[in-house]
Design a protein around this ligand. Structure first.
Ligand SMILES: C[S@@+](CC[C@H](N)C(=O)[O-])C[C@H]1O[C@@H](n2cnc3c(N)ncnc32)[C@H](O)[C@@H]1O
Length: 351
């Protein structure tokens, strides 16, 4: 007997043999709920009207169905679901019916290779590239299909390459050298951003990250598409090397104004979004891992995080925790200044 599960506004029918687990990336992956929550929230915050949405790798259709149910009706003009799995039209229709969406005129369904689908559909205001593995194979056609001011959402689950377990794969796929230390997820995210941007600039499309994060087994970036040679040249001037890693994107990872709005309207994931907002106010690459520094400097104790923040702000440095690491502090202080501040705090405590 098939079973039904619920994610927010959507009921999904799963075959009886479908196990819901982390190992189920293809049809429905519950671990990606936050990924979908944030997509819905971002589009709510942007408050666009009459969007033409392309979902080339739509799988169960849950993301698109959530857009239809959770965004105001005026937001979507058309929404295209595509996946190359066998009998996709029937499979998706079953899910649409379950959610009373089978008669919705905004929906089209196709059962093609994603690249073919993207080449046949231009003028997109939102495209979601959410494969299992690297997104590279779909970026060229997705960027071609993207309109001025359109949003391109990209997920990469090949963390092994981007976060430095497989540096040769990273070089081959992303044309950059990763890092294998506490900064690996941030560096991986910045490498991914640059790679996507390079494809965009080839078409005079400047893809500016408006929201980026790393979570669980994946990295995720939303790009805003601006058109123009000059915008592309400015973008590329932010591609450099950092600590022998890269080239990578050195600009902002997220747009503060957008994140503020998302935090304001969010009904869930507030803690995560607030953290992204806090760190978006500090445009530095990387962060300091307090545990690692204490060990390296052979300090006898770790000052309390609140004390570190107080001391940094007293010295007029900006500082925030980071979603990339439990022990990480992002700050405008240099490493030397940060270490000296830690030592002073311990001296005061006579440690
Ligand atoms: C990770 S799932 C997508 C999850 C979905 N976007 C969601 O939010 O739940 C990836 C999907 O891409 C499909 N896929 C992979 N390569 C494809 C290709 N070349 N053309 C079309 N579909 C493809 C797979 O069949 C799978 O359903």
């Amino acid at each position: 007997m098939p079973r039904t599960i619920q994610e927010e506004t959507i009921h999904l029918i799963l075959d009886k043999e479908t196990k819901i687990s982390k190992k189920l990336p293809v049809f429905y992956n519950p671990v990606m709920k936050l990924n979908r929550d944030i997509s819905v929230l971002l589009l709510s915050a942007l408050n666009k009207e009459s969007m033409n949405i392309l979902l080339p790798l739509a799988a169960s259709g849950i993301r698109g169905m959530r857009f239809l149910k959770e965004l105001p009706p005026k937001s979507i003009k058309q929404i295209h679901f595509n996946d190359y799995i066998e009998s996709y039209k029937q499979k998706l229709k079953k899910q649409l019916k379950k959610n009373n969406l089978e008669k919705n005129k905004k929906i089209t369904i196709s059962n093609k290779d994603a690249n073919l689908f993207l080449l046949e559909n231009r003028g997109a205001d939102y495209i979601d590239i959410d494969p299992f593995g690297p997104p590279i194979a779909f970026l060229d056609t997705a960027i071609k299909a993207l309109s001025r001011d359109g949003i391109l959402a990209v997920t990469a689950t090949d963390t092994g390459a981007l976060a430095g377990t497989f540096p040769t794969t990273c070089k081959r796929k992303y044309w950059a050298t990763p890092l294998r230390n506490e900064l690996m997820h941030e560096i991986g995210l910045r490498i991914l951003i640059r790679r996507v941007q390079l494809i965009g600039t080839a078409y005079d499309k400047a893809l500016l990250p408006i929201l980026s994060y790393a979570k669980d087994h994946y990295t995720r970036v939303f790009f805003l598409c601006k058109k123009g040679k000059q915008q592309c040249d400015t973008l590329i001037s932010n591609h450099t090397t950092f600590q022998n890693a890269g080239p990578l994107w050195t600009g902002n990872l997220s747009d503060q104004k957008l994140l503020k709005k998302m935090c304001k309207i969010a009904k869930q994931n507030k803690e995560f979004l607030s953290l992204l907002l806090a760190e978006s106010q500090i445009n530095t690459i990387g962060f300091y891992d307090t545990h690692k520094i204490v060990k390296k400097e052979k300090l006898k104790d770790i000052p309390r995080t609140e004390e570190i923040f107080k001391a940094l702000t007293q010295k007029k440095f900006k500082a925030s925790r980071t979603h990339f690491s439990q022990y990480g502090i992002k700050t405008t202080a240099s490493e030397k200044e940060f270490i000296s501040l830690l030592k002073n705090l311990l001296k005061k405590k006579k440690i």
